[in-house]
Design a protein around this ligand. Structure first.
Ligand code: CA
Length: 501
């Protein structure tokens, strides 16, 4: 089923403009628009950094070395309750469209046209989800059509829009496979696939070494083939070249710096791996830790380039990951679960914002935010709210930064798929989190304030709360025409249909 949304427009008066101090650099003086970098890491868990996002420093914070994230956090604001979807494509489509996966229907990861990665299930049949991903063109079957993507809106506001790294927005042989077709002026290294063939230039960034399909081979970047360079480094060099060019062109830029790292395959960054081996980690975990440090070096190199170009004071950086760490990695403790699960370890991610010129963008906030909130936030920073569709799925984080608070809302996740885990929907309202499973109509209820590790299921003790939350969750899912798996020929029950009235 294809969703097409008619766009309404937010009044200009709703959101105030973003002020910036005058720069000595020629860039932007006429418009005063900030440059904006969304630094999106892949599969990086909440704890996989030396920046603490928990109330205390943990052993995982000690394992990882991310000095540039520390610098970013010291010069910006840390979000300790930032959320994404539990898996790649849904998060990426949400970030770029501002919509919830329940609405956009790209609820699992995409790759092959018309094909879901789900295997057969013992009792359920597949939901009719948007297996072909995102498109801006009408008439592409099983895809989410959304013209006002983030780069398209920013282009309307005079921005040069750059995608560098992993795209993973649309299936092979559909328009959305190419970031240019969803609004970017420049694409380096992005296509349909959600992981690289290799991180090593001397393997041509290809999957040949592991006898993998050529669909994983990173496109372009031929100038680095055969060389001892890491993919994360190559993408960073390309990003800095593109930033320089944008400054020369005297245009504000939007950089979607979407690293393949730290997604599988977990290959070492040879510059960093030895110290993790020396610290006693096994090969897999040492490789992974070196990939985290590689990503962090990229952040540092880009920040250094901004300084050299004298645009660091007029460039906003938003750092976020697209889902929690996968099961092969660090298990996200103290969080429960991992990538693809509905627990906090699957969905809670590190997030930092550096907003020069905004004196309140400092310290730490525990206000919950969602990856689709990046969309209205970036549009507000760009002064382009007149081009933004008005939908209930997102909220700008600017009020949190400026006033440390925003309108309370319920957060919703929707994964009607059975790739790796049973299909689920989740609602979080204040500290309460309800998980519903479509295969057996089972509920779990947690109080995150007292139980961040989700060990104490209160569903049986709190039937009224379960019922109320299930009703609100169902109302939203119905409103946005969310997909459901099937039991026989009928759709599986909505959450509130399974509770006795
Ligand atoms: Ca991911």
């Amino acid at each position: 089923m294809k969703h097409t949304i008619k766009h309404s427009v937010l009044g200009l008066a709703l959101l105030s403009s973003v002020g910036f101090t005058q720069s000595t650099n020629a860039q932007n003086n006429s418009t005063q628009k900030p440059n904006i970098i969304v630094f999106l890491v892949d599969d990086m868990g909440w704890q996989e950094t030396s920046v603490p996002f928990h109330t205390e420093k943990t052993p995982l914070n000690e394992r990882f070395h991310t000095p540039n994230m520390e610098r970013l956090a010291n010069n910006g604001m840390r979000f300790t309750q930032a959320y994404a979807s539990a898996v790649c494509s849904p998060s990426r489509v949400s970030l770029i469209t501002g919509t919830n996966p329940a609405r956009h229907g790209v609820t699992c990861w995409t790759l092959f046209k018309g094909k879901s990665p789900e295997r057969n299930h013992k009792t359920l049949k597949r939901a009719d989800w948007n297996v072909n991903g995102l498109t801006t063109q009408q008439g592409v079957p099983h895809s989410f059509c959304w013209e006002q993507t983030l780069p398209n809106v920013l282009k309307q506001a005079g921005y040069y829009t750059m995608h560098i790294g992993k795209a993973h927005f649309g299936a092979i042989d559909t328009p959305g496979a190419d970031p240019i077709n969803i609004g970017f002026d420049l694409n380096i290294g992005g296509h349909a696939a959600g992981g690289p063939g290799s991180y090593h230039g001397d393997k041509d960034f290809s999957a040949k070494w592991r006898k993998g399909w050529p669909v994983w081979d990173v496109p372009g970047l031929g100038q680095y083939h055969g060389k001892a360079i890491n993919l994360t480094e190559a993408l960073t060099l390309e990003a800095n070249k593109a930033i320089e060019q944008s400054v020369k062109n005297k245009k504000p830029f939007f950089l979607h710096m979407a690293h393949y790292g730290v997604h599988a395959p977990w290959e070492p960054d040879r510059r960093f791996v030895q110290k993790y081996l020396d610290a006693g980690l096994d090969t897999l975990l040492a490789n992974h830790a070196s990939m985290i440090e590689s990503m962090d070096k990229s952040l540092g190199d880009i920040m250094q380039k901004l300084k050299e170009l004298k645009i660091d004071q007029q460039t906003i950086i938003l750092f976020i990951s697209d889902n929690g760490a996968p099961s092969q990695m660090t298990r996200n403790r103290p969080l429960r679960g991992h990538k693809i699960t509905p627990y906090e370890g699957g969905i809670r991610v590190p997030m930092i914002v550096k907003w020069p010129g905004e004196s309140n963008c400092t310290g730490t906030t525990d206000q919950p935010v969602l990856i689709q909130d990046v969309y209205p936030t970036v549009i507000q920073w760009a002064g382009a709210t007149q081009h933004m569709p008005n939908i209930e799925d997102n909220q700008s984080i600017v009020p949190i930064i400026r006033h440390k608070t925003q309108k309370t809302r319920s957060l919703i996740w929707h994964y009607p798929n059975f790739y790796d885990v049973e299909p689920f929907s989740v609602i979080r309202k204040k500290d309460w989190k309800l998980i519903y499973r479509y295969n057996d109509n089972h509920f779990e209820l947690y109080n995150l304030k007292n139980d961040i590790s989700e060990r104490n299921d209160l569903a049986k003790r709190e039937p009224k709360r379960v019922k109320k939350l299930a009703k609100e969750l169902t109302q939203y899912l119905k409103r946005v025409k969310a997909h459901r798996p099937f039991k026989g020929t009928n759709p599986a029950s909505w959450p509130d249909e399974t509770i006795k009235q």
